[in-house]
Design a protein around this ligand. Structure first.
Ligand SMILES: [Zn+2]
Length: 432
């Protein structure tokens, strides 16, 4: 991911709307961004809206096979988990490589330039994790492999059952020795995960966080997705899952808490004070009946928000971004708790930071990941110079000028299928 070149964007988001933006890239990083520039002959012209690449902070690639198979019928989260466990078995390196390539290709076509794979399929040691890395390299997407420690069946220490046994290394020390072998590389970062307070005892979670902090690696955890986890934690540990993480010294700005739905006021202030990133996965959470978390209160308390496609039934970060706000509207009866710029930051720079990448903004020094969105092509419009608002005809109200880059329009009215061009590390990986 060390490409070089020059791109000329008709309109781009530089923290504000800009026109005729020249983006010069050298060795995979942005060297210069110049506004109001003419396109030199060698430049690749980008029509539409050019924005930073999207970060998919939480994915389980294997769960993509459940798409269309578990949405119907009934049951709760725990019944869905039984189906998910059926999909977790039977993979070998080659079948997982081929599967992950199709998932990562779909992500790239949706404008995702970095993915965080929360990985716990350890039945074959590092084989399937390495298959994910190879798949990402083949397709040209950045990957942060968040290798998850998973040791027990519940907070009461009950043993693992069935397929869960293949998720476990037996101890946190053995988890660390296995993960030590994995190395960062071009487009590859190794991170750590505590699967959840259910699956990892306090001493072991300290071992995992110490490993991550010694290595300067991102640390992630599934947190309070279901009320059952909170109730069990209160019964066994006498505190909430968030308070348990605080007690064990796990909270910090290098931690990303995934879901963070069933929280009380103390949890919200602990996470905010420690600047813990919160990864919401709204399309999955609504599918699983997870209810709606206190996202706007977490953001107000100081937690950066980011987003993930999680089960990958839907791969569309713009849908996740607007869902963050739209779910809050339904939960609170109020509108506009997260403004479009905040939602775009969740989908870009905040997510990149949670995955350990210096990307997500179009400015010199950042990794050269940027995408172009051109909804007018889908609408049958003419690509090219954007039109200015025209005079209304008769009693027809003035139309929003959809050719001008406006973040409200971008986040609430565009989707993955409007992505026309994707550059990762200065290399074009999607050009439609
Ligand atoms: Zn997950």
């Amino acid at each position: 991911m060390t490409g070089s070149g020059v791109w000329h964007a008709e309109q781009a988001w530089l923290g504000r709307r800009a026109e005729d933006v020249l983006i010069e890239v050298e060795d995979g990083r942005i060297k210069a961004v110049t506004e109001g520039a003419a396109a030199p002959p060698a430049a690749t012209v980008l029509r539409g809206f050019t924005i930073p690449g999207l970060a998919n902070v939480h994915s389980h690639a294997f769960q993509h096979v459940l798409r269309g198979r578990t949405e119907a019928g009934g049951g709760d989260f725990w019944e869905w988990r039984r189906h998910m466990y059926e999909a977790a078995g039977g993979w070998d390196a080659e079948s997982y490589l081929a599967h992950a390539r199709t998932v990562f290709r779909e992500m790239l076509e949706a404008g995702i330039t970095a993915v965080g794979e929360f990985h716990y399929l350890h039945g074959r040691g590092n084989e399937l994790g390495e298959a994910l890395i190879r798949a990402a390299r083949h397709e040209g997407i950045r990957i942060t492999l968040l290798d998850a420690c998973y040791l027990r069946g519940g907070l009461d220490g009950r043993p693992l059952e069935g397929i869960q046994r293949s998720f476990s290394d037996g101890s946190a020390e053995r988890w660390a020795r296995r993960v030590d072998v994995l190395q960062d590389g071009d487009g590859v970062r190794i991170g750590a995960a505590v699967h959840s307070v259910r699956a990892v005892d306090p001493e072991s979670m300290r071992t995992v966080s110490a490993w991550a902090r010694k290595r300067g690696a991102p640390l992630h955890v599934h947190l309070a997705e279901q009320p059952g986890e909170v109730e069990e934690c209160r019964a066994v540990e006498g505190c909430t899952p968030t308070e348990l993480l605080a007690r064990e010294g796990i909270l910090g700005p290098d931690l990303t808490a995934v879901h963070a739905i069933h929280l009380d006021d103390h949890d919200v202030s602990l996470l905010g004070e420690q600047r813990v990133s919160i990864c919401a996965c709204p399309t999955t959470e609504r599918d699983l009946g997870d209810r709606v978390g206190p996202a706007s209160r977490l953001a107000d308390a100081g937690s950066p928000m980011c987003l993930g496609s999680d089960s990958n039934a839907v791969i569309d970060l713009l849908e996740e971004a607007r869902a963050l706000e739209l779910d809050q509207r339904r939960a609170t009866g109020r509108r506009g708790l997260h403004q479009p710029e905040e939602l775009l930051r969740a989908a870009t720079v905040n997510g990149m930071r949670a995955l350990g990448w210096e990307a997500g903004e179009l400015k010199p020094g950042m990794l050269a990941d940027f995408i172009t969105i051109d909804p007018h092509r889908r609408q049958g419009g003419v690509s090219g110079r954007f039109a200015r608002p025209g005079a209304p005809r008769g009693d027809v109200p003035p139309q929003t000028d959809t050719r001008r880059l406006d973040l409200g329009y971008l986040v609430f009215c565009c989707s993955a299928r409007d992505v026309t061009n994707v550059v990762v590390g200065g290399q074009t990986v999607v050009a439609k």
